[in-house]
Design a protein around this ligand. Sequence first.
Ligand SMILES: Nc1nc2c(ncn2[C@@H]2O[C@H](COP(=O)(O)OP(=O)(O)O)[C@@H](O)[C@H]2O)c(=O)[nH]1
Ligand SMILES: [Mg+2]
Length: 682
Amino acid sequence: MMNGMRSGPRVAALVGPYLSGKTTLLEALLLAAGNLHRKGSVNDGSTAGDSSPEARARHMSVEMNLASGDYLGERWTFIDCPGSVELQADTLRALQVADVAIVVCEPSADKAGMLAPLFRMLDEMSMPHMVYINKMDQLAGSDVRVRDVLAALQGVSERPLVLREVPIRDNGSITGHVDLVSERAYHWRPGQTSDLVPMPATVKEREQDARQQLLEALADFDDQLLEQLLEDVTPERDDVYRHLAQNLAEDLIVPVFLGSADRDHGVRRLLKALRHEVPTAERTAARLEIAARTDGPLVEVFKTQYAAHAGKLSLARIWSGPVQDGMTLAGERVGGVYAFGPGGLVKKTTADAGEVVALARLDKPRAGDLLTEKEMTGRAPFWPAAPEPVYALTVEAEQKTDEVKLTAALAKLAEEDASLSFRHDTEIGELVLSGQGPVHLQIALDRLRSRFNLPVRSRAPGVPYRETIRRGSAQHARFKRQTGGHGQFADVHLEVRPLARGEGFRFEDKVVGGVIPRTYIPAVEDGAREAMARGPLGFPVVDIAVALTNGQYHAVDSSELAFKTAGRMAVQEALTKGEPVLLEPILQVTFVTPTDYTSRVQRLISGRRGQILGFDSRTDWPGWDEVKALIPQADMGDLVIELRSLTLGLGGYSASFSHLAELVGKQADRVVESRAAAAAAA
Ligand SMILES: Nc1nc2c(ncn2[C@@H]2O[C@H](COP(=O)(O)OP(=O)(O)O)[C@@H](O)[C@H]2O)c(=O)[nH]1
Ligand SMILES: [Mg+2]
């Protein structure tokens, strides 16, 4: 690297909050590297990234965007990741195959907290990452200081953040930077290489200070460097670069760069750092515990996509090469190898280790699979689990005839995105789509229309209410009918009584002396179950016991059907008389939130008829709390939206069924009325 040796193709993932400027930076990097002639803008929808109709319509990245280009003879693939928390799954996948993450953020101390989960995740993965503080142009006329922004960022990063540049200020605006390793000063010019200028006297002291901090940070990991510093020896520049590369590769320090993606400032400096300091694919494979091969290809699929014309595409990083069009991978023939040009996919005949490619027409592989020629050799060792769903909608094809097509299309979308799932809800008889929030699901619905030509309707899914009784009773029912030849006869005595919550249904046979023959007794139980399918309030009945105590039969006229009918009649009667009561599902919900917002989360819980069970600071996560609560499922529908707006998008939750609880009063009346109205309409 430093000695001019080629490093092979490398991959950088651009991550960070929504609107921090990732897509703009991608454009600036491609332009600065010489791969674009004209720079697009996210504001008029002309960027290389964000080219899908769903992204253009929202002016935001709705999925990862890839673009490869060459910089000084080396191949780079940039993966621009969506910033929205709802679209995190894509970011996680991109990070699985990247050599480095570039965290793009705004020059604001107030917004630093938004980066806490990201820094934490990167550190947990030991993922080499650097920070690019974007939008430096916005500091013109403000008194925001870079060192304060840095201090705020450090507050949420476990790893030391190390400034690589200090800004040059002129009349309040930032006009350039001083590189702390080379100690050269640069004047920024839009769209051009920066001018080397003499270091302004005003910045000298600050520069010395920041440089000393950088060297001390490196010396923490190297005794020889520490000795040099103690003896006031100036370390060799190449040594400093070597330490920087080494510490980045091991995620020991996080270098921080400054710039303005919009104006192409500080972009070449960033590219140079990428070139000299980012670990090779080989080193990344070792970090990920993926054993490269010497005798053939090994590729990792990290995303699959169903493109309109090309069919299924498997996006893959090649850990061992080469990969050729027409070769066999995992026993299937590769029907096309594509690179990611700034304008779209570019067909290739062969691709080498380190590259990211799209492989066409491989049916079997899923994201996270490792492939060789013959087989899938397993899963990537650290492949992340899909995030739990926190939001759901029902989906229904506008045209009834499209229903089969709808299931097939949803299966493809769910394969592309593991954080999206769907199931057929037998109780409401509808497809329920679950995911990470309203934006996430709306994007999926838009895709059904734009990619599969499938217009759909959607709404909030119903709550699976139940009902039970409060009072038991004894019932007698006789079913008797005389029609032509032989008739129908069954006579039963039942005792129906409520059970404790969660006990379900029990059927007890207390018949003595054979007053009802054995063969008819299961039929009585079937009849009871039929009555319970829809209780007097309109919902399935739970938590009751039915005991068959006595009865009569007729040698000719009795039948299973007759006893089933009598059983149903008796249980229906008992339910109506038993003070039926509605039961609603209560979920156990565990929230995680920065401590600053814990009281807001507690108010949110109370506002949704919830009951706080307790809260605690997270032992392994300083500055964060965990709040446990019970919340009715009926109040969970849009909870994630409010939670995110109360917590700067940082709070999250997971929920699971806890128990059924009685619901009475006006609220219960409303539920029963709307059920009756729905039944009447059906
Ligand atoms: N002032 C200023 N605005 C920028 C800069 N970089 C990006 N933006 C603007 O910030 C907004 C979000 O940019 P975008 O690249 O879409 O952010 P992303 O959500 O992180 O991909 C757009 O309006 C950009 O024009 C910058 O360096 N300076
Ligand atoms: Mg973007």
